[in-house]
Design a protein around this ligand. Structure first.
Ligand code: ARG
Length: 567
């Protein structure tokens, strides 16, 4: 049961002209509690019934069947207002959470469906910067959400481990690098010589030509070139893995761009056979003027392949390997054109599944200090941010709760959770400005605030030290104060919110909702004594605490954030 759904079913009896879906769409939550829990505006019915909305509202009220879930139905102006009956409502919501526990909100919706999620995908020999964090945490959250809804998920880290930049890096290394420096300094040293390459190439364009030659050698299997490339990759992956360890996540596949090296020829051949390839100044392109886009480059004039060539090949490989129902790409907004172009190519190739390819763009992250860029070298490495978050959290713990058990672990879970939450709290398309004061504010709308609320619930349950009673032994009629009902209303919506988050591919719907739950819970905690209450009241309030603790823990988990029991 879901109250909104229930009301739509009742309304359908009175308004046979509308479908239940249409009714669901029209139903709204009134701005003021005095106007009920749901309201149905009758303005759209004026056309059908040719009467004034207030009159329609009045007539309809008499036709709506009674339901034990509703206490009152009234007509006010052009609206029908529905007031729920708190006891059956609260009984229903809490019993569901107590019964389903950590599974509350899960579903079998996705059973038998495969979802490929392409996320994170940092570039070898380039920094794993705070921009990649967005792809990583949005992708991971979408993975967790879909899995919870019963989908079979395949998480792919499409590493940027192929392309002309490796030609540049080889030239740079041969001119200005040493084995020792790279071994000891890792990616930082690779970035240094890469930046130097760009500075020097501005004065001496021959360097670019040399770089192109080295990349062509790589594509042709030249041993020296491949050995260097492989070494750069080992160095980079070591650092990436440290970040993934901190975030505690892993991938089902690390098939990056280089994986498609030996798979592109047949695809280029297929494009040619289908008459899609055109020559243009020695390069091979696919005309997309009908689609109002610039052409998609497939090979350069020296025969080397491009980012798009590898993406087209990868999509076909993934369709054949995983038989996906959806393949989701989580990258920055700037890549919109790239994805639109090659999705159009897949369509032109005659693959009907082109519309199962979905690009999920997101806005940019900037530090308060300014934009991030690799070529200029003023990058902020994600690993440094994560470690700083842990250190700063440790300082806060030392200050507020120095005797906390397991301090190191908690500092890690809270510090990292704070960074992740900051990234997932707004619509993904919005830009994010990273500010330490905001991220780690335990009283603001932050990850630590929710984690703290969760830990508070855990501590109440621990102090009570009793088993939560079964639903049939609980007195739900004692849970009728405003604060408790408000918490139950939010708990009731949790499953719907998860499904919406999956539909819209928008984890922020969950972060917003659990923020609402945490705030409502803290009001309840403030208004309603728990452990000092009379026995029956204490039992039912503890059940509510347990329900909130469970749902917050699930919600945090769906965002990829840990829920420590003490803070
Ligand atoms: N490596 C790319 C970047 O850092 C992202 C790759 C996204 N995935 C893809 N299949 N193109 O911008």
């Amino acid at each position: 049961m879901d109250l909104k759904y229930e009301i739509s079913q009742l309304l359908k009896v009175a308004i046979p002209e509308l479908t239940p879906e249409e009714i669901m769409d029209i139903l709204e939550v009134p701005a003021k509690v005095e106007m009920g829990d749901y309201a149905f505006p009758c303005f759209r019915l004026a056309k059908i019934y040719r009467k004034a909305p207030p009159l329609i509202a009045q007539e309809l009220v008499g036709k709506i069947p009674a339901s034990s879930l509703l206490r009152e139905i009234t007509a006010v102006g052009g609206y029908i207002n529905f007031f729920m009956n708190p006891v059956p409502f609260v009984t229903h919501v809490l019993s569901s959470v107590l019964r389903e526990k950590g599974q509350y909100g899960s579903s079998t919706l996705g059973e038998g469906k495969n979802i490929v999620i392409d996320y994170s995908a940092p570039n070898i020999a380039k920094p794993f910067h705070i921009g990649h964090l967005r792809s990583t945490v949005i992708g991971n959250s979408l993975y967790q959400i879909h899995q919870f809804l019963g989908y079979h998920c395949v998480g792919i880290n499409h590493l940027g481990d192929w392309g002309t930049q490796f030609g540049k890096l080889i030239v740079a290394y041969k001119k200005w690098g040493t084995k020792e420096e790279v071994e000891s300094k890792g990616i930082k040293e690779l970035i240094r010589i890469y930046v130097k390459f760009h500075e020097e190439a501005e004065k001496n364009p021959d360097l670019d030509e040399e770089a192109r030659e080295w990349f062509t050698k790589m594509e042709q299997g030249n041993e020296e070139a491949l050995a260097l490339w492989d070494w750069f990759k080992v160095i980079s992956l070591k650092e990436f893995d440290r970040v993934y360890d901190l975030l505690d996540l892993s991938f089902d596949s690390y098939a990056g761009e280089s994986f498609y090296n030996d798979k592109m020829d047949p695809i280029i051949e297929e494009l040619r056979e289908k008459g899609l390839l055109e020559r243009s100044e020695g390069a091979e392109i696919i005309d997309l003027s009908e689609e109002n886009m610039p052409p998609c480059l497939i090979t350069k004039k020296d025969g080397s392949t491009l980012y798009a060539t590898r993406d087209i090949t990868a999509a076909i490989y993934r369709k054949n390997t995983y038989n996906f129902n959806k393949c989701i790409y989580v990258t920055a907004l700037e890549q919109n054109l790239h994805f639109a172009q090659w999705f159009a190519v897949i369509k032109k190739m005659g693959y009907e599944w082109y519309n199962e390819l979905i690009h999920i763009p997101f806005g940019m992250v900037s530090m308060e200090t300014g934009k991030l860029s690799t070529r200029k070298g003023n990058v902020v490495l994600l690993e440094e941010i994560l470690n700083e978050a842990i250190e700063k959290t440790m300082e806060i713990i030392e200050d507020k709760n120095p005797n906390l058990e397991n301090k190191e672990q908690v500092a890690k879970e809270v510090g990292i959770g704070a960074v992740i939450f900051n990234d997932l709290y707004n619509n993904r398309i919005k830009d994010v400005i990273f500010s330490w004061d905001k991220v780690l504010n335990f009283d603001g709308e932050t990850g630590p605030y929710i984690q703290y609320t969760h830990a508070r619930a855990c501590s109440v349950l621990k102090r009570a030290d009793v088993e939560i009673k079964d639903s049939q032994d609980l007195s739900f009629d004692l849970l009728v104060d405003e604060a408790s009902i408000q918490v139950c209303k939010l708990l009731e919506k949790f499953p719907v919110v998860i499904q919406e988050a999956a539909e819209k591919l928008e984890p922020s719907l969950i972060s917003r909702h659990i923020m609402d739950i945490a705030q409502a819970f803290n009001k309840f905690y403030h208004d309603c004594p728990i452990l000092t209450s009379e026995e029956k009241t204490k039992e039912i309030r503890l059940a509510l605490v347990y329900a909130v603790q469970t749902v917050l823990s699930t919600g945090l988990h769906l965002l990829g954030i840990k829920a420590p029991t003490q803070m």
